[in-house]
Design a protein around this ligand. Structure first.
Ligand code: PLP
Length: 357
């Protein structure tokens, strides 16, 4: 079966097979990785190796701390303003979809929010043009969502925030292609799309932004405390960290982030190319803002939506219904989805159009 879920999403088969083989006896310990102490030598070494692999793949400079936390990306919607703002500060937001809107609503509990670009008027079908918005020089940071998972809108560029720290929710695009980490103040991402199981959230934070947490910040979410404790101020999500390590090994074997980018571009081209050539399916997003990871599409006749989803599932193509808030269809084609999965979907769509169109 090919699983097109937006998250938790499919993992590479080779990763799942290795996890299965190691499940009852991890590294000769005679135990599962879930049963060993997070402070034991073996697990500490595994967590360090995972961090080193992430640094190597993403090219994360030394002046950034890498944190393995809990609370999901949504937890970070609160943790980031707690760590980066003082009462009375203001944060700039670029809104290109539902997750950015949620992040702004959460941030508003802690600081002022200024929306400097808002693409909601046309139901979020584009990213703002590069250079079309002005970042407030006194903003604590500029927040944006490089890939909006629900409506499939992805920035084709990294916004220029000047001296203002740039904060990015990369939950649904991290590790899908190379990024220049030095452009960012904070990168954060829930693991359950391109990195592993839910329960782990990765935060990459420039060290000069540490040391500013509000006194009320929960200790487990205090970036400075966690950076000083190798993310082990309490029990970290050990299985998630272990599995991320396996995923990173797999990505390295596939040619790193350049290899991922090539594979992801080919998948996206195949699916958008088919949709654009068809009179039966459509994608509403501007061509230069189309997501490589989440491809929403509409059927010309929405009364066929339920039939489409059911027939697709019969054909082994699962979780194609669009987000409950927007309807239609959505194919999430994260790193783990092979090109054959996208080809199988395109073949199914062509056949469905022939028989129902
Ligand atoms: N941000 C983006 C872009 C997402 O896609 C999601 C979940 O799908 C979230 C945030 C929320 O993540 P979590 O469920 O880990 O809190």
């Amino acid at each position: 079966a090919h699983n097109f879920s937006a998250g938790p999403a499919m993992l590479p088969l080779a990763v799942l097979e290795r996890a299965r083989d190691e499940l009852l006896d991890w590294g000769g310990s005679g135990m599962s990785v879930m049963e060993v102490s997070h402070r034991g030598k073996a697990f500490v070494a595994a967590a360090e190796a995972t961090q080193a692999a992430l640094r190597a793949l993403m090219g994360i400079p030394e002046e950034y701390a890498v944190l393995f936390l809990q609370g999901g990306a949504m937890g970070e919607f609160a943790a980031i303003p707690m760590n980066l703002t003082a009462p009375g500060d203001s944060i700039d937001f670029l809104l290109t979809g539902d997750w950015g809107v949620k992040a702004a609503a959460e941030a508003e509990k802690y600081a002022g929010v200024r929306v400097v670009a808002d693409e909601s008027a046309d139901h979020f079908v584009r990213a703002p043009r590069e250079g079309s918005f002005t970042v407030s020089p006194d903003a604590a940071y500029l927040h944006y969502t490089p890939n909006e998972t629900i409506r499939g809108v992805e920035f084709g560029y990294v916004p220029d925030a000047g001296p203002v720290p740039l904060v990015a929710d990369m939950s649904s695009t991290i590790l899908s292609r190379p990024v220049d980490v030095s452009r960012f103040g904070v990168i954060y991402a829930g693991a359950q799309k391109n990195m592993g199981p839910s329960g782990l959230v990765v935060v990459v934070v420039r060290r000069d932004l540490l040391g500013r947490a509000r006194p009320q910040t929960p200790t487990v979410w205090d970036f400075t405390v966690q950076a000083g404790a190798d993310s082990m101020v309490n029990t970290p999500p050990t299985f998630g960290i272990y599995l991320l390590g396996l995923v990173l090994d797999w990505i390295t074997d596939q040619g790193g982030l350049l290899g991922m980018a090539e594979r992801n571009r080919a998948k996206a081209d195949a699916l958008y190319g088919f949709i654009d050539a068809s009179g039966f399916y459509s994608n509403p997003v501007d061509r230069d803002a189309r997501s490589w990871m989440n491809v929403p599409f509409l059927l010309a006749d929405p009364s066929l939506d339920a039939t489409f989803v059911a027939r697709a599932a019969d054909a082994g193509l699962t979780n194609l219904a669009g987000h409950r808030s927007v309807g239609g269809m959505r194919a999430s084609i994260y790193n783990a989805m092979p090109l054959e999965g996208v080809r199988a979907l395109v073949d199914f769509m062509a056949e469905f159009e022939r028989t129902h169109g």
